[in-house]
Design a protein around this ligand. Structure first.
Ligand SMILES: Cc1cc2nc3c(=O)[nH]c(=O)nc-3n(C[C@H](O)[C@H](O)[C@H](O)COP(=O)(O)OP(=O)(O)OC[C@H]3O[C@@H](n4cnc5c(N)ncnc54)[C@H](O)[C@@H]3O)c2cc1C
Length: 166
């Protein structure tokens, strides 16, 4: 989260609240905790290439991995792609996933639902690829590509591979 500017004139009172819980207040009981180290570093990645329901299948996510690897980034996903079993939940970006703010966010086959935008719309540069020119994702994108991602992404990969070395 971006830190808000301090407002020196503001005052307030601090109230100490000591909650008194009864055993019956809890709907859940924690029996044990299991932690698993995440293999995806979405928050730290300078580039996130995310795929949505438009990707189509788990195998087709390989296309996004190629692009992300070339750009030194990570692969993200919409909840629809996660729920469809195309990719693991640790890749989910959005309200119930990870909030990211990379230098470059590439949204592929993602409609741009409010819950997804909440997790990525403050990225420095957003590129959206969608074959529906009315898709809401174009409302937050700095660059929009209206087209079939199965054609556009291989073209991007080819262009990056062929660009002259600096
Ligand atoms: C409480 C709650 C929390 C939620 N939390 C999240 C969250 O954290 N993250 C999140 O992402 N969602 C979240 N959602 C779900 C969210 O509302 C949307 O359902 C979801 O983001 C849609 O995912 P999508 O854009 O991949 O799928 P869709 O909305 O189905 O969009 C697919 C897009 O792909 C395009 N497309 C299809 N094929 C191609 C192609 N070949 N080439 C180019 N474009 C193509 C289509 O035009 C379409 O725009 C949440 C919902 C609720 C109710």
């Amino acid at each position: 989260m971006r830190m808000p500017a301090a407002q020196p004139g503001r005052t307030g009172t601090i109230e100490k609240v000591v909650p008194a819980f009864e055993p019956g207040d809890f709907a859940l009981e924690v029996l044990s905790r299991q932690t698993r180290r995440s293999t995806v570093q979405l928050k730290e990645a300078p580039v996130v290439v995310s795929g949505g329901a438009g990707i189509g299948s788990a195998e087709d996510f390989a296309l996004l991995r190629d692009l992300a690897n070339l750009l030194g980034g990570e692969v993200g996903a919409s909840r629809a792609a996660v729920d469809a079993g195309m990719i693991g939940r640790e890749h989910q970006v959005g309200q119930t996933g990870t909030t990211v703010r990379p230098a470059l966010y590439i949204a592929c086959g993602i409609s741009g639902a409010i819950q997804h935008r909440a997790g990525m719309e403050e990225s420095a540069k957003i590129v959206a690829i969608n074959w529906d020119k009315e898709a809401p994702i174009f409302g937050v994108a700095h660059y929009g590509i209206v087209g079939d991602l199965n054609q556009v992404i291989p073209m991007m990969v080819k262009a990056i591979k062929e660009r002259p070395k600096e």
